[in-house]
Design a protein around this ligand. Structure first.
Ligand code: CAA
Length: 301
């Protein structure tokens, strides 16, 4: 297999309005960075409370950006005014030049949403999924024109992490790829273009370390903080693999592991500890408990 073919910036289409479907950890972060860079963002989720919470989190993150001197107040206020929250998927996509779906990692759910996006978005619109591992081609199958579908994989926390992984499936057009790439640059990310293989370039490696760390915690090799410390201080990772799993969400990690086990093999079999924690609702930072207890965005104790 050779690397994906290069695209030139001239092939990129103009993008002004972007629908973001799903207002969770990734979706609201994506809407924030788009609005900060001057795009009109339509942020959609299934109920009013979720979108209101998401706007609240964007506000907190923008305030943090102001406090740290990353953005000024004017940029914060302008960004907030460019985000329109809605519970209607159709409203979120009907005047969009590009749509980014960021709902949970369930193929059937994503396909259902893509089928609606495909019908309701303008024909010119590019349709992107933020999936971290699922087959983009399998999602694209429900679109009448799969060439406008691709992956745009962001990283958490979205305002801080520089990588944007653009995933081309077999028939993704050069124009769609060039547009996603140009958008990535415009919002301050470093895009890489990868082929549509399970786990892409980032998740396969990232999850391998995370799952091994869980197996080590499960068998008592060391305490959870010491396993994390080993990778932070021994390998220079900004965060240990168990803390990172809490940040990403244990449900997200489990869904990726299940999928990669099926697609790649038993080395990605999810540890019992991970399955148990998800069953118990210990999903990580977003619920206040995972491998660590969290309060106000910080590990307790
Ligand atoms: N807006 C703008 N900038 C912000 C910000 C915000 N809301 N919050 C933080 N920042 C900036 C800070 O100002 C700081 O910038 P400088 O370095 O220029 O000073 C930088 O971000 C780091 O912030 P902090 O000092 O608060 O935090 P930290 O140094 O403890 O780092 C971290 C926090 C960035 C999360 C770091 O621990 C890290 O990189 N962790 C690993 C994260 C990671 O691996 N993410 C990928 C997960 S996998 C994924 O997401 C994909 C998937 O498919 C599941």
């Amino acid at each position: 297999m050779s690397p994906p073919p290069p695209v030139t910036p001239e092939e990129a289409r103009v993008v002004l309005v972007i629908g973001v479907i799903g207002s969770g950890t990734m979706g609201h972060g994506i809407a924030q960075v788009l609005a900060q860079a001057g795009y009109e963002a339509r942020l959609c989720d299934v109920d009013e409370r979720l979108v209101t919470d998401a706007i609240g989190k964007i506000r907190v993150s923008l305030d943090k950006g102001v406090l740290r001197g990353k953005i000024d107040r004017g940029t914060r206020d302008a960004a907030l005014s460019r985000i329109k929250a809605t519970t209607s998927l159709i409203e979120a996509v009907r005047d969009a030049d590009l749509v980014i779906e960021a709902v949970p990692e369930k193929l059937e759910l994503k396909r259902e949403i893509f089928a609606t996006m495909d019908r309701a978005a303008p024909e010119r619109a590019i349709l992107a999924t933020n999936t971290s591992s699922l087959s983009v081609a399998a999602i694209a199958k429900v679109a009448r024109d799969p060439s406008r579908v691709l992956g745009m994989h962001f990283f958490n926390p979205v305002p801080v992490m520089k990588l944007l992984e653009i995933v081309r499936h077999e028939t993704t057009s050069d124009a769609a790829t060039a547009t996603a790439r140009a958008l990535g640059v415009a919002i301050g990310k470093e895009p890489i273009v990868v082929r549509d293989v399970a786990g892409f370039a980032s998740s396969r490696l990232g999850i391998a370390i995370g799952l091994e760390a869980m197996r080590m915690a499960e068998s008592g090799v060391a305490t959870i903080p010491d396993i994390d410390k080993a990778m932070k201080l021994g390998y220079g990772h900004p965060m240990g693999p168990l803390e990172l799993s809490d940040l990403v969400g244990l449900d997200v990690r489990l869904a990726i592991a299940d999928y990669l086990e099926k697609e790649i093999g038993p080395s990605f079999k999810p540890p019992e500890l991970l399955k148990r924690m998800v069953q118990e609702g210990k999903l990580g930072k977003k619920v206040g408990e995972g491998f660590y207890k969290w309060k106000d965005g910080k590990i307790q104790g």
